[in-house]
Design a protein around this ligand. Structure first.
Ligand code: 6R9
Length: 682
């Protein structure tokens, strides 16, 4: 069954909402108004026939991964070259008494050797990194595995020459340039722990992260370049270091060639430093459980957490998920549009693809510069076969109109991916129909910084798709839904998403605060890993992430995912993006406050405001009627594109004196605009 119109998709979305809330409804009347239509996209026959994993194989492998984890992981771990083979596979417990997580513990390996050295004999001359600059008029860079290996060895020797040792933390504050991957792999080569800070974070945020992990060395560039604008990275580092007395070395890549002040004895030019070093550097023998990297999660509450990942399990997980979820075959051109400052960039721009011998595209720019065709022009230029992006970017492009997509061919595309937030059925169908011309399956991948790699996702040759659902668990992932009291929900239902057993890519601790690790993830529901996400499981066992638990609001006793109301708003033809938060309400307990960004050509007015309120009422039901609907030219977003609901909630609560830390916002002026234009409740 393949729906011909987007109406079917909207109905599917409403069906999702109603199933999610069905338990909460006393009367079935609203439910009956909605046609029960669920869009299902079967696996295309060529995919079922040719993919690495078809449905039968998925079922077999999934069952074994759960029934015989030792045997399953012993076999799967063979995708990695071990220096000393492991004998022990899995020692894990989520219980307080014997809490601990370790995988392949007595094995040794080096991840940089797995990403580079082992490919030299078979694909040394193949392109490893295809780099596309911000400015399309500037030349791209094509770096072969052999060249990348040489660069990494030289830079690893630079680090050694600066006294960097195994286990030491190295902070990387670089734009999307190949040298960022070089710096990561060089750390992995000598056993240093990298901590990448997104090169858009403020000096304060950078300083906090440098101090938290006691980093003595920072790697940066003179400037970054995004959407034609320069970002003064070296100046930010100089600012940050005013409060980081422990830093004695800064390595500066001349990227734009801007004239930046260098501190004698502390600052070193990347190119000069590299030129002095040999291209020979033996990879260090690392234990599977030696730390590989720290990545701070963007703090929605409190102090950012330094999520720590180790070497062996992460390597297996990143490589395996990349291969199976993207049906990856060596040599294919693959593009993950995430920044290396986020976990998606770690696992799916660098480690997963390179471990699998991929040609990985790295893009310095933004989707809308010089114009809204940019992504698809890059797809055509390089013949990208697999494209992995974020819903927020898709919605931004969708808002600009289809003609920007239509002027490119996109013939090379065979698979599309989505990550970072729930993809609303409207955006899903635009991605599928307009970008992929209805030819390409979409893998909607749910996972977290903490999980190291993809956890719930379709496999393109195995899983029928439902727009908006991340579908089924990956191998070894055992999801469970719990109600607020911790009672297990069997079959279809809606609850808190937990994972009951460990998987190799799981984070091992919060840097410097193991107690916080346990408290944050394992104390809410005893004996399980708590994801912080709400989730619905449907009759087919498909998982629908409904958003963070704290984004769930309760209106007149009805539990509603704010994402669901947003999805209804975004389904309106004049709406580009929407964010919904709860607000205190005398009668209902919580009311609904909706922030709405319209398409560029739309002039929002009072008539449209009323129309949208009525629309939501009609789409979902009277219970979902927004109490306040504010037009917003822009929404407050982190630099990774996530809407900062914490700020919107404060506005909704009329607690604007306590907006909290706004330093991680991509554009702080957005908040001023929202504050200046708050409407009064109807
Ligand atoms: C990889 C990444 C994790 C949170 C996660 C969830 C949301 C990510 C999603 C998704 C619905 C998806 N999330 N992917 N929600 N569908 N396909 O984004 O990591 O930055 O740590 O964010 O993002 O809420 O808990 P991270």
């Amino acid at each position: 069954m393949r729906p011909g119109t987007s109406i079917a998709l909207i109905l599917a979305a409403r069906q999702a909402i109603f199933s999610a809330n069905a338990a909460g409804y006393e009367s079935g009347s609203m439910r009956e108004e909605i046609a029960v239509v669920e869009a299902v996209y079967p696996v295309p026959s060529d995919w079922a026939a040719n993919a690495l994993i078809d449905d039968t194989r998925y079922q077999e492998m999934y069952r074994r991964s759960v029934d015989d984890p030792e045997g399953f992981w012993r076999d799967e771990a063979m995708r990695i070259d071990w220096i000393r083979p492991f004998t022990s596979v899995k020692q894990t417990s989520f219980n307080e008494e014997d809490f601990g997580i370790s995988w392949f513990a007595d094995g040794t390996l080096n991840l940089s050797a797995n990403c580079l050295d082992r490919h030299l004999a078979t694909r040394g001359e193949q392109i490893a990194i295809l780099w596309e600059p911000d400015d399309p008029k500037k030349p791209e860079r094509r770096i072969t595995y052999r060249e990348l290996h040489e660069e990494v060895c030289r830079f690893a020797n630079v680090l050694k020459a600066r006294g960097v040792r195994k286990g030491e933390r190295v902070t990387i504050y670089l734009p999307m340039v190949p040298e960022a991957a070089v710096a990561m792999l060089a750390c992995a080569r000598i056993g240093a722990i990298h901590s990448i800070v997104f090169a858009g974070f403020s000096p304060d945020a950078l300083a906090g992260r440098i101090r938290d992990c006691d980093s003595r060395i920072v790697i940066t560039a003179d400037q970054g370049l995004r959407g034609g604008k320069t970002i003064a990275l070296k100046a930010c580092v100089d600012d940050a270091l005013a409060t980081c007395p422990g830093v004695d070395t800064v390595i500066v890549l001349a990227h734009t060639g801007a004239d930046v002040p260098m501190v004698d004895g502390r600052d070193f030019d990347w190119a000069l430093a590299v030129a002095e070093q040999s291209a020979d550097c033996q990879p260090a023998e690392m234990s599977a459980e030696d730390p590989l990297f720290i990545l701070y999660t963007s703090g929605s509450t409190g102090k950012p957490k330094g999520v720590l990942h180790t070497t062996g399990g992460y390597a297996v997980w990143a490589s395996m998920t990349h291969e199976y979820v993207f049906d990856y075959r060596p040599g294919q051109i693959y593009w993950c549009a995430a920044d290396i400052g986020w976990v998606t960039g770690h696992s799916y721009v660098v480690y997963g693809p390179l471990a699998n011998g991929a040609t990985t595209v790295m893009f310095e720019g933004v989707p809308t510069y010089p114009d809204a065709s940019r992504f698809w022009q890059v797809v055509d230029k390089f013949g990208v076969e697999i494209f992995y992006g974020a819903p927020t970017a898709l919605r931004a492009l969708m808002r600009e109109g289809d003609e920007w997509v239509a002027r490119t061919s996109r013939r090379s595309l065979r698979l599309l991916g989505s990550v970072g937030e729930p993809i609303n059925p409207e955006a899903w169908s635009w991605y599928h129909e307009v970008v992929g011309k209805g030819r390409c399956p979409i893998v909607d991948t749910w996972w977290q910084t903490e999980t190291g790699g993809i956890m719930i996702s379709p496999l393109p040759g195995a899983t029928a798709l439902k727009p908006g659902s991340a579908t089924r668990p990956f191998f070894g992932v055992q999801p469970r839904l719990l109600d607020a009291e911790g009672k297990v929900i069997e079959g279809p239902g809606d609850g808190c998403l937990v994972i009951t057993d460990s998987w190799p890519g799981q984070m091992r601790t919060v840097w410097g605060d193991h107690e916080r690790f346990f408290q944050t993830y394992f104390s809410t529901f005893k004996g399980t890993y708590f994801t912080g996400d709400g989730c619905r499981r449907d009759e087919d066992g498909y998982y629908w992430i409904t958003g963070r638990i704290d984004d769930v609001i309760n209106v007149s006793g009805h539990r509603m995912g704010t994402a669901e109301i947003e999805s209804a708003l975004v389904a309106h033809p004049k709406v580009a993006e929407a964010a919904v938060v709860g607000m205190p309400h005398d009668i209902k307990g919580q009311g609904i406050y909706a922030f709405v960004t319209c398409n560029v050509e739309v002039e929002p007015d009072e008539a449209l405001r009323r129309e949208l309120v009525a629309w939501v009422r009609r789409e979902i039901g009277p219970v979902a009627t927004p109490d306040v609907l504010q037009f917003a030219p822009g929404l407050p977003k982190t630099r990774s594109g996530k809407i900062m609901r914490r700020i919107l909630r404060k506005i909704g609560e009329n607690d604007v004196a306590n907006l909290g830390d706004t330093s991680t916002l991509a554009d702080p002026s957005v908040v001023d605009n929202l504050l200046a234009n708050r409407p009064q409740p109807a």
